[in-house]
Design a protein around this ligand. Structure first.
Ligand code: KG4
Ligand code: ZN
Length: 349
């Protein structure tokens, strides 16, 4: 348990469709509130940026009030504000950033513009303990698939997807199958009832010559194309498709590559601890495979609970606590939103 002298931190997350607001005292979570605009996007088959920005504008104040009410704190009590500054939808990020700047200015407190993708891994420190040694982080979301070493304030990117992110690969196949957006959770649900060995889909960048060139990178566009062709061929012949087996085999191919490259990265860099975060870390097939293989490789495994996997304010507050604990300077009020923020940058300079 952390001392009361730890700062009271407000975390704001508006990078996509969820408006997340959390309060922490250091790494102790006090309140976590989320409003989602997903219902307004589902009928379009994807997030509509303008709709998301407008929804953040409407949700921010009541969500902030709900978080304060949850703790009994007043705005005046907040000692630092962290906000997602990137990567994400530029208009959505701008709404959160404007609110955070206004609060920082009015309350005369430091502002931290946070990399929300890195925050997906740092949130684990609210659940387990603060990272006291370097960790290997696999961050998998709708837009990112990346392997990082997080060593205090130092972040090194080992690899990333060369094309589609894992979540995107699920959502695109979901669309092809006519599943509601986002397709990821639906494919997960079908896959849980299917045979993962029914169809063998390709595992990109895992052959020896590819591993030499791209040891820690991923590629899911070939898998997506192979799966689409497989479906088309069956549909052309009027063959019935077992959606459960198809989904299980597809999910298996994604989980297999993600987990095997994560273990390789941790072993190659002599790291003992693996953290998996991001919206796609809610995926059952990935969680099951990681729980089976990561400890078997002699590594500690941390996957935050489901509510911390998708976008949330708690992860931004946790990343801010991490930045403060490791002596990173605040951002200053002149920063802008950066939709393509580098993974090695935790706090915008
Ligand atoms: O991190 P996140 O909430 O938003 C981004 O910053 O991208 O991730 C959302 C992604 C979507 O692609 C969604 O389909 C996927 O995570 N996702 C899942 C599951 N839950 C969320 N994919 C597969 N299985 C799930 N259970
Ligand atoms: Zn995210």
């Amino acid at each position: 348990m952390l001392a009361v002298s730890e700062p009271l931190i407000l975390g704001l997350e508006t990078s996509c469709d969820d408006t997340g607001v959390a309060l922490t005292r250091g790494f102790d979570l006090l309140a976590d509130q989320t409003a989602s605009s997903m219902d307004q996007h589902a009928r379009f088959g994807g997030i509509v940026p303008e709709v998301a920005s407008r929804a953040h504008l409407e949700a921010l104040e009541p969500t902030l009030q709900a978080a304060l009410d949850q703790t009994g704190h007043q705005l005046n009590d907040i000692e630092a504000v962290g906000v997602s500054a990137g990567p994400g939808l530029i208009g959505s990020l701008a709404v959160g950033l404007a609110a955070a700047k206004a609060l920082a200015l009015a309350l005369e407190i430091p502002l931290y513009g946070i990399n929300h993708v890195v925050a997906h891994a740092l949130v684990d420190q609210l659940v387990h303990s603060p990272f006291d040694s370097p960790v290997l982080a696999l961050i998998v979301s709708g837009g990112h698939t990346t392997l990082l070493i997080i060593d205090g304030a130092q972040i090194t990117q080992l690899g990333a997807t060369l094309d589609d992110a894992a979540g995107e690969a699920f959502d695109k196949i979901g669309r092809l199958l006519g599943l509601p957006y986002p397709g990821g959770p639906h494919i997960d649900r079908l896959a849980r009832q299917g045979d993962p060995k029914a169809i063998h889909f390709p595992r990109a960048l895992t052959r020896r010559q590819d591993l030499e060139k791209y040891p820690y990178d991923f590629s899911f566009s070939g898998l997506k194309t192979a799966a689409a062709r497989w479906l088309e061929a069956r549909q052309d012949q009027g063959e019935a498709i077992n959606l459960r087996d198809f989904s299980a085999s597809y999910a298996e191919a994604v989980a297999d590559v993600l987990v095997s490259k994560t273990i390789k990265a941790a072993k190659d860099h002599r790291l003992d601890s693996v953290v998996i975060g991001g919206g796609f870390s809610a995926n059952s097939q990935l969680r099951d495979k990681a729980k089976e293989l990561v400890p078997a490789a002699g590594l500690d495994l941390h996957i935050p609970p489901l509510r911390f996997c998708t976008d949330n304010g708690a992860m931004v507050a946790a990343a801010t606590a991490h930045a403060i604990a490791h002596g990173l300077a605040p951002s200053g009020l002149a920063i802008g939103a950066d939709s393509a923020m580098a993974m090695t940058e935790l706090v915008v300079r």
